[in-house]
Design a binder for this molecule. Structure first.
Ligand SMILES: C[S@@+](CC[C@H](N)C(=O)[O-])C[C@H]1O[C@@H](n2cnc3c(N)ncnc32)[C@H](O)[C@@H]1O
Length: 455
């Protein structure tokens, strides 16, 4: 059913322009159906045997449309016919045909879409930028080539990879494929046959695993399984995982520290939503919560990763340095919420009770956590190059969209759905007004850990 009609559209047949009212239908197999009424309005005659239509528009010269340039009709049969033939004992073959000659479809190849290239940025908003994964790709290839001890586990024919905090794709699929390609190369270069790959996609149980699994790459060369559970707890049997990957997930805390929500505590974070610019007690509570979480994370992985196996972590970080760091982004969020509270759009109490469960650790804190754990060697730690916004979007727009994707649910639960658009709109505008966040007060950290033998 539709009530959409596009009046007086022009279609061109044999160089003649004809008007038609097009009724919009939810239909995929035909571009346009020109019905009997329309043919009649142009006094058309259809000659079936000759495969031609003669148009005699009143008061104009007649013209002929002949389907002579259809080279042949493809020999296609319906599904029902195929079923019927198979039932009668005919032989059937199932073939999946891929055109290897045709390159990947670019925006510039798609009619209409190519005229709006500025509204199709390279990175889709709502997900951590692919660019950061691309930057980490080389580091991961290098890590696998140089640091993965396959002699420890090449006797097993299964190589197990996990992506912790995988979300719904597509970044996880790119990352996993890259790891598998690099491992395959390593096995081949050392004269081993390629192992079978098993990939475990992990995220919270509320993650949309249906979307993730329904978009698994069809050409994948691995067995895929979901592990819906917090990565702060054990997820796999002892010494079963060969490569752990996690990107933009380990900054999430399992909870907001209790003290910052407690009115009677010196760490009560009134009027603020994070530790930035808050009292030192607030920061100390967050730092202690992070230390607990990262210890649980590393202890669980120490049990699960085989000796000689690797863990690659990409995580937003803050620089080493001042003990009570400032974070322009969370301060900007706070300022938007405070403006909305002043206007009476949200209550002050609601602002007081919101605290973001994220912590940006410094490289020194990561080193200290690895040392406390004692089962991993820190092979590499490197700041990844900062992303430049793509398309015509400002950095404020890109950042606010990324943050919205990760935090919208939490803001909705806390303040209600009706304020969300207004909040993120003012957030992106304020970010654009700031010049200081252009230089960034943090970045993304690439960390490579190797599971070592312990006595
Ligand atoms: C910002 S997204 C990153 C997604 C993906 N790794 C990427 O780089 O595109 C963070 C993901 O980590 C997940 N996450 C956060 N804390 C987690 C935890 N404790 N256990 C499992 N997943 C977690 C979130 O649910 C979310 O899907």
């Amino acid at each position: 059913m539709t009530n959409l009609v596009l009046k007086s559209c022009i279609i061109c047949i044999e160089g003649r322009e004809l008007l038609v009212d097009l009724v919009l239908l939810d239909m995929h197999d035909f571009d346009v159906i020109l019905g009997m009424d329309w043919l009649a309005s142009y006094h058309a005659s259809v000659h079936c045997f000759e495969k031609e239509v003669v148009f005699r528009p009143p008061g104009e010269l007649e013209f002929l449309f002949k389907a002579s340039y259809l080279p042949f009709m493809p020999r296609v049969i319906s599904c029902i016919q195929a079923n019927c033939l198979l039932r009668k004992g005919c032989q059937g073959f199932l073939a999946s045909v891929v055109d290897l000659q045709s390159g990947e479809l670019e925006i510039g190849d798609i009619p209409i879409v190519r005229e709006f290239s500025d509204v199709f940025p390279d990175d889709l908003f709502g997900l951590p930028p692919r660019g950061a994964i691309a930057a980490a790709k080389e580091l991961i290839n290098e890590a696998i080539a140089e640091k993965l001890d396959i002699k420890n586990f090449s006797s097993s024919n299964t190589f197990r990879v996990t992506d912790l905090g995988c979300s719904i794709g597509p970044n996880t699929f790119l990352a996993v494929q890259n790891i598998i390609d690099a491992v395959e190369l390593k096995y081949q270069s050392q004269g081993h046959s390629t192992p079978e790959f098993q990939v475990f996609f992990n995220d919270h149980a509320l993650n949309d695993f249906n979307t993730l699994f329904s978009s698994l790459p069809p050409e994948r060369k691995y067995y895929a399984a979901g592990v819906p559970c917090s990565f702060h707890s054990p997820l796999f049997p002892n010494a079963s995982i060969h490569f752990v990957f996690t990107s933009y997930a380990v900054q999430s805390l399992s909870q907001v520290p209790n003290e910052v929500l407690d009115k009677s505590s010196p760490a009560w974070n009134k009027g603020r939503i994070h530790y930035s610019n808050a009292s030192p007690k607030v920061f100390e509570s967050y730092a202690a919560q992070y230390a607990k979480n990262i210890d649980c994370f590393l202890n669980a992985r120490a049990q699960e990763v085989v000796c000689g196996g690797l863990m690659a972590i990409i995580v937003p970080c803050r620089p080493n340095g001042p003990p009570y760091p400032q974070d322009t982004i969370t301060e900007t969020m706070e300022s938007c919420l405070s403006d909305m509270a002043k206007k009476g759009i949200i209550s002050e109490e609601k602002v007081d009770t919101l605290n973001l469960p994220i912590y940006f650790a410094s490289p020194h804190e990561v080193e200290a956590a690895v040392e406390r754990n004692g089962c991993f060697r820190l092979e590499k730690m490197e700041i990844l190059p900062q992303e430049k916004p793509s398309g015509n979007f400002s950095r404020g727009m890109v950042l606010s969209s990324l943050i919205r994707a990760g935090m919208e649910g939490m803001f909705k639960n806390h303040f209600g759905e009706e304020i969300i658009d207004e909040f993120f709109d003012s957030f992106h505008k304020k970010l654009d007004e700031l010049s200081k966040f252009e230089s960034g007060n943090g970045g993304s950290l690439f960390i490579l850990l190797k599971r070592i033998a312990t006595s």
